[in-house]
Design a protein around this ligand. Structure first.
Ligand code: MN9
Length: 292
């Protein structure tokens, strides 16, 4: 069974904006406290879900500061990834200054970088951060696919603690965990959390955790005690909701859920659009009443 010190459930925080499109500090503080009360192990800060690539470097630093101020004793992972490598390095240093536990980066995207270039990007950042590095693997968004051999080139290095694995290639996940049992692997697709656990994931990092962390904590507990059917039942309940979120637009819908729960998260930044009143109605009737 997993005993990795990083194992557990981490909320991939959404970023709240006010009516002037500025970061809403109070709303973020409230959500972090709410997730702490639910029992999460920590937070993944400014990842895809946090609209990282639509924030300035200063805004990313500001979000990191807010989260640290409310959760000083939780495990905090700063996503610092950017294809502007100097900005990523700057964020890495800021994460260190703010006493974050781990830095993480998406694989550099958009241009078709070679694996050698990708590797050098990570190694340079791992050095500038002087913090443990978690590779953020998300081929569907980044366009970068890796197999076990590519993953090995990170996991054999002491500076790398593991992988945030947002892919349904569970065979590779299993191979990574089998070859490196002491490294941490986080499941990235919430709707497949139980599957990820069964193939060796040590926990999960997810966007639907913002308001359903309790469900994933429970799934992991049940999995550990061998109560698989009960775990499946909760995964199924969560997935009914996640399917609706995906249909509407995941992050836009998640912010609307939080708004309806009283968190004042506003809307996503452009180019994301607003969701329709019909979809708000669906969220009110088919999602919000089912959240604890
Ligand atoms: O942080 C999230 N990944 C992305 C993880 O948004 C790309 C997931 O939580 C998904 O939003 C979720 C729905 O597909 O699993």
């Amino acid at each position: 069974m997993n005993t990795n010190k990083y194992a557990g459930i981490y909320t991939a925080l959404l970023t709240p904006f006010d009516n002037n499109n500025k970061i809403n500090e109070k709303a973020l503080e409230k959500l972090v406290k709410y997730n702490i009360d639910k029992g999460v192990k920590g937070f993944y800060v400014c990842g895809s879900t946090g609209e990282a690539f639509m924030l300035t470097t200063d805004e990313r630093k500001y979000v990191m500061e807010i989260v640290k101020s409310v959760a000083p004793n939780h495990t905090l992972i700063a996503h610092i990834g950017s294809i502007h490598e100097d900005e990523a390095a700057k964020l890495a240093i800021q994460a260190k200054d703010l006493s974050y536990d781990v830095v993480s980066s998406v694989t550099p995207f958009y241009y078709k970088f070679s694996f050698e270039e990708i590797k050098n990007y990570y190694f340079r950042l791992a050095d500038s951060a002087d913090l443990p590095m978690l590779v953020y693997y998300i081929p569907v968004f980044s366009g970068v696919s890796m197999g076990i051999n590519e993953m090995k080139s990170f996991l054999t290095d002491d500076r790398f603690i593991g992988i945030k694995f947002t892919s349904n290639d569970f065979f590779t996940l299993e191979q990574a965990k089998a070859a490196f049992p002491d490294k941490v692997v986080f499941n990235g697709f919430d709707e497949m959390f139980l599957a990820g656990l069964s193939m060796g994931a040590d926990g999960g990092i997810g966007s639907t955790y913002n308001f359903m962390a309790d469900k994933y904590i429970k799934i992991q507990e049940l999995f550990k005690s061998g109560k698989i059917e009960e775990a499946q039942q909760i995964q199924k309940e969560a997935n009914r909701i996640t399917a609706l979120l995906c249909k509407i637009g995941v992050m836009q819908a998640e912010k609307e859920v939080l708004n309806q729960l009283g968190f004042d998260f506003g809307i996503c930044r452009h180019p994301f659009g607003e969701i329709s009143s019909e979809n708000k109605e669906i969220i009110a009737k088919e999602i919000v009443p089912y959240l604890a």
